[in-house]
Design a protein around this ligand. Structure first.
Ligand code: HEM
Length: 103
């Protein structure tokens, strides 16, 4: 676990995930911009060797990571909203990967 916590690769990927979520949130009202973003990220993950079923493993990790930062603002409603958002992002990424794998 210590090695995992110290891993520069995981830290850098965590920041990429955060950056991706930020971009996705900004595009929530613009599906025409959100869809290509997700498609590209899904396609890229096929090249990285990630498996579609592994994508959703990031969801609980993400929630655990942001919880301490939000402190008392972390309410059951906020948790549910983030959980739904991340599950939707993970589902869309997984679909994009499966689509890219067909080609
Ligand atoms: C919600 C889930 C995930 C999100 C939002 C996400 C997001 C990202 C983003 C934004 C990048 C930067 C390059 C790009 O845009 O393609 C990236 C890179 C990468 N991801 Fe993910 N990722 C997720 C899950 C995973 C999983 C489950 C794996 C492996 C099992 C993985 C492996 C990688 C690798 C190997 C790279 C390239 C190296 C790096 O940039 O760290 N990702 N990911």
């Amino acid at each position: 676990m210590e090695q995992v916590k110290q891993s520069k690769e995981l830290r850098s990927h965590a920041l990429r995930v955060m950056g991706f979520v930020e971009k996705a949130v900004r595009r929530l009202d613009h599906p025409e911009k959100l869809e290509p973003l997700i498609r590209e990220c899904g396609r890229n993950h096929c090249h990285y060797g990630a498996q579609p079923h592994q994508i959703e493993l990031v969801v609980p990790q993400f929630l655990q990571a942001i919880k301490p930062a939000l402190e008392e603002e972390w309410t059951p409603e906020v948790e549910e909203a983030w959980c739904l958002l991340m599950r939707n992002i993970a589902f869309a990424l997984k679909c994009a990967m499966l689509e890219a794998m067909k080609k």
